[in-house]
Design a protein around this ligand. Structure first.
Ligand SMILES: CC[C@@H](C(=O)O)C(=O)SCCNC(=O)CCNC(=O)[C@H](O)C(C)(C)COP(=O)(O)OP(=O)(O)OC[C@H]1O[C@@H](n2cnc3c(N)ncnc32)[C@H](O)[C@@H]1OP(=O)(O)O
Ligand SMILES: [Co+2]
Length: 134
């Protein structure tokens, strides 16, 4: 069921400042900021060749990363995203195994234009997991 690691997400309080760290200090190439109001975040991606880094800044009221940033004001690693071939089959298998699928369980379209779902961090060793259908 588990495919490639698609991205590692880092929640940040200031996307421009975080982008400057990756661009100027680490010498990375970044995508333009992409506002995703349906996810409550603005994102920038960095392609590292073997995976991607997703920088996340809160967008709008009730962003799902707001509480995380209150606990981690300087930012921190927020989630891992794994690729799956069939997100509905993966969801149903995980639910049957007792994992909590976040939201109403209906995949949303993610930053890459593909269906995504999130799994509760307490069911995965304290790590929020995103699944993306590829
Ligand atoms: C850009 C689109 C998409 C993509 O295509 O890549 C994205 O990546 S969108 C990214 C942002 N979206 C989401 O994160 C959606 C799913 N997340 C959620 O539904 C919530 O963030 C959450 C995981 C349910 C957490 O909700 P929150 O209100 O922040 O906190 P709680 O108090 O309910 O948390 C319970 C418990 O879990 C711990 N926690 C919270 N977030 C994380 C995390 N990222 N990693 C590890 N642990 C986390 C939190 O600390 C609480 O623990 P205790 O304090 O021990 O109770
Ligand atoms: Co993500």
């Amino acid at each position: 069921m588990l495919g490639r690691l698609n991205h590692v997400a880092i929640a940040v309080p200031d996307l421009a400042a975080a982008s400057a760290v990756y661009r100027d200090t680490l010498g990375a190439k970044l995508t333009e900021p992409q506002a995703l109001p349906e996810h409550g975040v603005t994102v920038v991606f960095i392609d590292t060749g073997n995976t991607k880094i997703e920088l996340l800044e809160p967008l709008g009221e009730g962003s799902p990363i707001a509480a995380f940033l209150e606990k981690n004001p300087a930012g921190g690693m927020h989630h891992l995203c794994y690729e799956v071939e069939d997100i509905i089959a993966a969801r149903d298998r995980l639910k049957a195994a007792g994992a909590r699928v976040l939201g109403d369980g209906t995949p949303k379209i993610g930053a890459h234009g593909k269906p995504v779902l999130f799994l509760h961090p307490k069911d995965f060793l304290g790590t929020l997991v995103e699944l993306e259908q590829v």
